[in-house]
Write a protein that binds this ligand. Structure first.
Ligand SMILES: Nc1ncnc2c1ncn2[C@@H]1O[C@H](COP(=O)(O)OP(=O)(O)OP(=O)(O)O)[C@@H](O)[C@H]1O
Ligand SMILES: [Mg+2]
Length: 246
């Protein structure tokens, strides 16, 4: 079953087309990597799929519901860890988690229990009572992802979750993300291709708002005759004509 069906989705700004009639599907439970250079349209796509930005035209169905007409019910089962984090700087780490859980309607006690579990899972317990603005960039990213999971979403969008994380934190995060596999549909954007190779079931490569390729890593390798994702990525984006679809 498809978790998301993107249909001719388009976003135009005054002087440019950020997302150019994108069409592709994301299967339920899949770990899906959305790749592209800076400015390719990844964040814009994610913002449209999560209701933060209105498409110029086109639509997407999230579990069969339209982002144009049914965003309110879609919001119940999705969540996002945005590229610019959504952390309240003057709340503590714990308070940020409890606050988000309460926004989504959980009672205080349940919100606290959930917050404590996520602190453990994300190894943030020792920073529980620190003001969030005192966290390093990497720890903020971890908190932001923990916040996006507090509602037990069926789909999470992670926009460059590992940006600025050190090697160990990145590996720890991979571990957490790997455990989500199968239960939660994860849509990830990243510029670190090693994590795409390690984690993703499917990969879409976009360039200037256009889909250039979609498929599993093995499919992309077969279609391109290349071994490394980095080579596939660079070759594909440099050649204007190629479009691989499975
Ligand atoms: N508010 C805006 N007004 C005008 N243009 C915008 C706006 N937001 C984004 N854009 C443009 O839309 C295009 C796509 O931007 P987007 O943020 O989606 O790229 P991205 O793939 O997420 O890039 P990055 O890897 O740098 O995060 C870019 O050319 C960007 O400059
Ligand atoms: Mg972006």
């Amino acid at each position: 079953m498809n978790a998301i069906e993107i249909k001719q989705l388009r976003k135009e700004y005054k002087d440019r087309v950020a997302v150019d009639d994108l069409t592709f599907n994301i299967k339920e439970g899949e770990f899906f990597a959305l790749l592209g250079f800076n400015g390719a349209g990844k964040t814009t796509t994610i913002k449209m799929l999560t209701g933060l930005l209105k498409p110029t035209s086109g639509d997407a169905l999230v579990f069969g519901k339209s982002i144009i007409t049914d965003m309110n019910s879609i919001k119940e089962y999705i969540n996002i860890s945005p590229q610019e984090t959504a952390i309240a700087p003057n709340l503590t780490v714990f308070e940020n988690l409890v606050f988000i859980a309460e926004i989504y309607g959980f009672k205080k006690e349940i919100a606290k229990t959930k917050a404590n579990l996520l602190l453990e899972q994300f190894k943030l317990t020792d920073r529980k009572n620190d003001k969030s603005k005192k966290l390093s960039g990497g720890l903020k990213r971890r908190l932001s992802i923990a916040m996006s999971l507090i509602t037990n979403p069926k789909i999470i969008f992670l926009d460059e979750p590992t940006l600025g994380l050190d090697v160990r934190s990145r590996r720890e995060l991979w571990h957490i993300l790997n455990e989500l596999k199968g239960n939660v549909t994860v849509i990830l954007t990243t510029h670190y291709l090693d994590e795409v190779e390690a984690l993703s079931d499917s990969i879409a490569i976009i360039d200037k708002g256009n889909l250039k390729a979609i498929g599993s890593l093995d499919e992309l390798k077969k279609q391109s005759g290349l071994e490394k994702l980095e080579d596939i990525f660079l070759t594909l984006i440099e050649s204007e004509e190629v479009l691989w679809r499975h």
